[in-house]
Design a protein around this ligand. Sequence first.
Ligand code: NAP
Length: 525
Amino acid sequence: MQINGLSLIGSSTGAQTDSSFKAIDPSTAQEIEPSFYAATADETNRAADKAQSAFLKYSRKSGAERAAFLRAIANHIEALGDTLTQRAMVETGLPEGRIKGETGRTTGQLRLFATVAEEGSWVEARIDTALPDRQPLPKPDIRSMKRPLGPVAVFAASNFPLAFSVAGGDTASALASGCSVIVKAHSSHPGTSELVGQAILAAIEETGMPVGTFSLLHGSGRVVGAALVTHPSIQAVGFTGSTAGGLALMRLASERPQPIPVFAEMGSVNPLFILPGAAAENAAELAAGLQVSATMGVGQFCTNPGIALVEDSQTGNEIVESFVGAMRDAPTATMLNPTIHKAYTSGLSKRGENEKVKTLVENATESGGCPGAAAVFEVTADTFLEDESLGKEIFGPETTLVRWKTKQDLMAVAEDLEGQLTATVHGTDKDFEDYADLIAILERKVGRIVYNGFPTGVEVCPSMVHGGPFPATSDGKSTSVGTYAIERFIRLVAYQSSPQSLLPDELKDGNPAGIWRMVNGEYTR
Ligand code: NAP
C-alpha cells in the first residue's frame, strides 16, 4: 500500500491543499516523506455528512455483520505486515518488537469487540410485559435496550500509534456498538494512520458496509479537530492525550448548541505505595520492578508510575538506593516526538526549581534527536502537600519519590491526590490490615488498584478499567480499554407498546437474537 498524504473521506480522498506538513523521525529530528495535506472545512463537512448517512444504515446491521467487519479490519491490518511496522518505527522511534506487539494488541482488540458484537448481550435488553388488568391503571408493555449514539469523532494518541490510534480501542468499541467513526489522525504518525485507515476502508468494501462508516482526516487538532467536534452530526468524542487537549475538546463539546459527551483519557501519575512489611521483605525486588515500570517505553505510558511513596526508614533508604542506582544505569532512548521531548525536559527543569525538591538522578543526554533520559526526584510528604505541581505528570521516564514518616503522612498524601488511572499498593497481609483505610481512599480516587505488582501493562479483557475520576479522564464512570469501553458510545432507548414488527430483534418475543435479557425481572436467554 502507498501513503498518499491525503485524508480518506468515505470512499474518496481529500485534495492536496495549501496546508501541508511532514512526519518527523524522532531519532534524528528530520522530516520524512511524503507531505500530508490538512483536510479543508469542506472535506470535514463531507466526512461528517457521510458518517451521518452511513450511521442510519450501519447502526441497523446485525451483530454478526458488524463482527465480520471488525474481523476483516484485523485481517487487513495484519496484511500490511512490514510496511506498517517500518513506517510506525520511523515515525515514533519505537522498536520493532513494541510495534509488532502493539499490532497484535490492536487486532486482538478488534476481534474481542467482534465477539462482543456477535454475542449481543451488551445491549442489556429489558422487557416488562403489559398487565392490562392491573388496578387502578393498566401497565403498558415496555422494552428497552442500548442503542448507538451516532457518528463518533476519535482523536488518536501519540504514544500508542496503533492500539490507541486509528483502529484502536475507541474506534473498535464505537464500531462494535453501531456508530460510524471519523478519526483525526495524530500529526506525529500520519503515515501509520493512513495505512491503517486504508485497511479499514478495504474491510468496508469487503464486507459491504456503508460508505462513510469510517473516514480519516489529517490536519491540526485546533482547526480540523475543532471543526469535527463542533459539527452537528458528531454525537460523541473519544480522545487520549494531554490534559490541555482533552480540556479544549470538552469545552468545545459543551459549548455546542447540542452539547455532546467527550471521553478524554488525559493521563495520571499512578501513585505506587510501598508499605512497611513489603519494604522489609522485598526491598531489592521492589526497586528493580519500579525501575522497569518507570522506564518501560521511555516512560511514555499513561500508567507510568510517576510517584512512589517510600517510608523514611532504613528499609525505605535501601529501596531508594537500589532504585536510584538502577535509574542511573537505565539507557537513554528516543522519545516519541519533539513536542513530547521538549515537554519532558522543561518538566524536569521546572520540578528541580523548587529548593525543597532533591534531584537524585538526572542522566545526561546526547544532543540531536529526542533523547529521553531517566530522572528521579525526592520530596518529603510535607513538601508534596505544599506544592500542587508535584502531583502533576511529567510524561517520560521520571519518578518522584515521596518519603513519608507516619501513617498519617501517607494517608494525607493519598487523600490529597487527584483522580488517577491506577494506584499500586505493595504490602503484606499485615500491612493490608494496618492500612485498610488506604484502600478505601484509593477506591474513590482511581480506576484500577494493583496489588503487589506494577501499573504499566493494561490487559485488554472484559473486566479491565482504564479510566478514573477527573482529571485522569473527563468521565470517571467510563473506561477506554476492555469491553466496557462500548458503554461510552451507546444510550438507553425504551419502546412502549411497540408492535412486534417494529422492535429490534433483541427485544422481540421469542428472543430471535438469542441474547441474555431481563424479562419481568428475571435474567433469561
Ligand atoms: P495532545 O497534544 O493532546 O494531542 C492529541 C490529539 O489531540 C492530537 O490529534 C492533537 O492534534 C489534538 N489536540 C491537541 N490539542 C488540541 C486542541 N486544543 N484542540 C483540538 N485538538 C487538539 O497529546 P500528544 O501529542 O499525544 O502528547 C502530548 C502530551 O500529552 C504529552 O507530553 C503527555 O503529557 C500527554 N499524553 C498523555 C497521554 C495519556 O496517556 N493520557 C498519552 C500521550 C500523551 P495535533 O495533531 O494538531 O497535535
